[in-house]
Design a protein around this ligand. Structure first.
Ligand code: KG4
Ligand code: ZN
Length: 334
């Protein structure tokens, strides 16, 4: 079944054409993204009003680009999967209204998709994974551990108590004057830094070993930067030390959950899953314990519409449909 995926939950407008030959068997024919980093950089974070206004301009061209790159016309598409939440409501509305317009004009079936379900199933693109698997969702808006029991059956077993990991990367990059978005810059800068140069305390949530907390790390960096000693530290050493702390705090609960639940496969997904240190450290730790790590290609870690097409596609294959009355939901639960 040929699915058109549409995603606009935050600052990326994306469209993809995905061929589903079975519920969890996907071939991505194209995945196009209109990125807005240049627009939000000046503000050091996503400005919701600017994000939605720009989606209005880019959503149709990005859909056309996905169709062209897949070398198919709209007539060949058999179903539409579109993100309906969670996310910025103004941003979500643009993709959702566009999907409804196409569905109305063509008569194609449409389903609304939870953005987190997209991230949870992104590891299935290009990988064969037996269920259940553990999924660490780490992005700018979310940090949580899930057990993917089956398609449509997801159990959240751990969450951040404060900031998301990507948010911590972005805020620390801003404090250090490194620009936006921060994760990629810190990742690159850290390669030449010493992760042991600055002592950064690792936070653990008392009585909840599978939960995360990142606000203390961010505060530690902010406090250090206000001191003379902090001013003397090389940026690459501070970046590497901060990144190492975040990676430690992501890996510990993930391995603990795999051991506790006796799950052999751990998948990392979401923008922070692009982090090279996280990928390396988790792979090494997993190898030591005989576990498997699946990390999607970078383009499927950050926001994209291929994962939305996969998450909506298996529902469309089962005959599920949403009607034109569905709404965007900023806090849509999984
Ligand atoms: O999944 P995503 O594209 O959007 C959300 O749903 O949030 O994730 C974006 C987040 C940003 O916070 C960005 O700084 C972070 O992912 N990120 C990274 C890296 N690349 C992107 N964080 C750490 N290391 C990276 N290489
Ligand atoms: Zn996301």
């Amino acid at each position: 079944m040929l699915i058109l995926g549409i995603e606009s939950s935050c600052d990326d407008a994306a469209a993809a054409v995905v061929d589903l030959s079975g519920p969890a068997r996907a071939t991505v024919r194209s995945s196009a993204v209109a990125n807005q980093d240049d627009i939000h950089r000046a503000y050091g974070g996503v400005v919701p009003e600017l994000a939605s206004r720009n989606h209005v301009v880019t959503i149709v061209p990005v859909i056309n680009r996905a169709l062209e790159n897949a070398d198919v016309s709209l007539q060949a598409i058999e179903g539409i999967a579109v993100t309906r939440g969670p996310g910025l409501v103004g941003s979500l509305l643009v993709g959702l209204m566009c999907a409804k317009g196409i569905a109305q004009a063509t008569g194609l079936p449409m389903v609304g998709v939870n953005h987190i379900e997209g991230h949870l199933l992104a590891p299935l693109i290009e990988n064969e994974i037996a269920m259940p698997y553990l999924a660490l969702v780490v992005s700018g808006g979310h940090t949580a551990l899930f057990v993917v029991e089956n398609l449509g059956q997801y159990r959240r077993i751990g969450s951040t108590r404060d900031d998301a990991a990507g948010e911590a990367f972005d805020k620390v990059a801003k404090l250090m004057g490194l620009g936006y978005p921060g994760g990629k810059v810190i990742d690159e800068l850290s390669r030449s830094g010493n992760p042991k140069r600055v002592r950064i305390p690792r936070a653990r949530v008392k009585g909840a070993p599978l939960d995360f907390s990142f606000s203390g790390v961010k505060t530690a960096v902010a406090t250090l930067l206000r001191t003379q000693d902090g001013q003397m530290v090389q940026p690459e050493d501070l970046a590497a030390s901060f990144q190492e702390a975040i990676v430690d705090m992501l890996i510990a609960p993930t391995l603990a959950a795999a051991r506790k639940l006796d799950i052999q496969t751990m998948a990392i997904t979401g923008g922070v899953a692009a982090n090279s240190r996280l990928r390396d450290r988790l792979s090494n730790a997993a190898a030591d314990e005989g576990l498997r790590v699946v990390a999607p290609a970078l383009k499927y870690c950050t926001d994209n519409a291929a994962m939305i097409a996969v998450a909506g596609g298996w529902r469309l294959m089962r005959g599920e449909r949403d009607d034109l009355s569905i709404d965007a939901e900023a806090n849509l639960a999984l």
